[in-house]
Design a protein around this ligand. Structure first.
Ligand SMILES: NC(=O)c1ccc[n+]([C@@H]2O[C@H](COP(=O)([O-])OP(=O)(O)OC[C@H]3O[C@@H](n4cnc5c(N)ncnc54)[C@H](O)[C@@H]3O)[C@@H](O)[C@H]2O)c1
Length: 269
């Protein structure tokens, strides 16, 4: 079974770095005409250069997902150029936060404007294109924080919980047009957003202790999930959130298994 995505047209938001960049490059490797968008021009240009170097098909557009006008302009240009949009990955996001007593209103708004409203605006602009085609895949970045939030994440976790519910609503609305809408909940993947891999060793170990697969997630773990969700193999999946967190909910104290494995010489802390 080979995933065949070649010739499809994808749009990836926040593709300038981190998971979004990995998603874009992986889709392009699979032969997808991949449109990368980001709010940061330098990052976008760098990924654009990687596309050019590898001869990947696609284009790049500066686009702030908070701006309905910018989004519409970009989507119009994509449709004019390629005639269709098969895959939309709403990856752009930020993760600002603080405990409630010091959580600034601006930080709350920023999380909601980019993570939730940005996803809504992108979907609103792309849905008519997919409806015309009577096909499409919309894939939204939620977060494990939408399932179990962490300390100080009121703004981020609430916005991502909104992404999950929005995903379900949209799946229901767009089902008759054969458009699947799903989201995914990454756990802990070191990026410039969280700097997990730069934490002091004891802090890293404390976080790793929450994982059934006791290692950090990789950006390409998410990219591979996106390829699957965009493919024909996922043709009967819609309105759901895929947990891609290394099993943060699977067991109560994952460390017990690793201590046992260590005692048998099968694991080293
Ligand atoms: N890294 C993780 O462990 C993790 C866990 C859960 C969820 N996520 C989600 O995955 C997505 C990517 O995360 P990441 O770790 O790669 O983050 P990142 O900060 O490395 O990358 C985010 C990208 O989004 C872009 N962006 C920010 N605001 C934007 C805007 N207004 N318009 C357009 N682009 C904008 C940034 O320029 C950047 O390129 C986010 O939605 C994040 O919430 C990540």
């Amino acid at each position: 079974m080979n995933i065949d995505l070649s010739g499809k047209v994808a749009v990836v938001t926040g593709a300038g770095r981190g998971i979004g960049r990995e998603i874009a490059l992986t889709l392009a490797q699979e032969g997808v005409i991949t449109v990368i968008t980001d709010i940061q021009e330098d990052l976008l240009a760098a990924v654009g250069s990687e596309f050019a170097l590898n001869g990947y098909p696609g284009s790049q557009y500066l686009c702030d997902v908070r701006s309905a006008a910018q989004i519409q302009q970009v989507i119009d240009q994509i449709v004019e150029k390629y005639g269709r949009i098969d895959i939309l990955v709403n990856n752009a996001g930020i993760a600002g936060g603080a405990p409630i007593d010091v959580l600034a209103e601006e930080v709350w708004d920023l999380n909601f404007d980019i993570n939730l409203k940005g996803t809504f605006l992108m979907c609103k602009a792309v849905a008519p294109v997919m409806k015309r085609q009577k096909s499409g895949r919309i894939i939204n970045a939620a977060s494990f924080a939408a399932i179990v939030p962490s300390y100080g994440s009121a703004a981020y976790a609430s916005s991502k919980a909104g992404v999950e519910q929005f995903t379900r609503v949209l799946a229901g609305e767009l089902g008759p047009w054969n458009i699947a809408v799903n989201c995914y909940a990454p756990g802990m993947i070191p990026t410039d957003m969280n700097h997990f891999a730069d934490l002091q060793e004891p802090q890293q170990q404390r976080l790793l202790d929450t994982l059934t697969f006791r290692h950090w997630g990789k950006k390409d773990d998410v990219a591979h999930l996106i390829c699957f969700l965009a493919s024909d193999f996922a043709g009967y999946i819609t309105g759901t959130m895929i947990d891609i967190s290394g099993g943060k909910l699977a067991t109560q104290i994952p460390r017990i298994a690793y201590e046992k494995a260590a005692s048998e010489g099968a694991y080293e802390f």
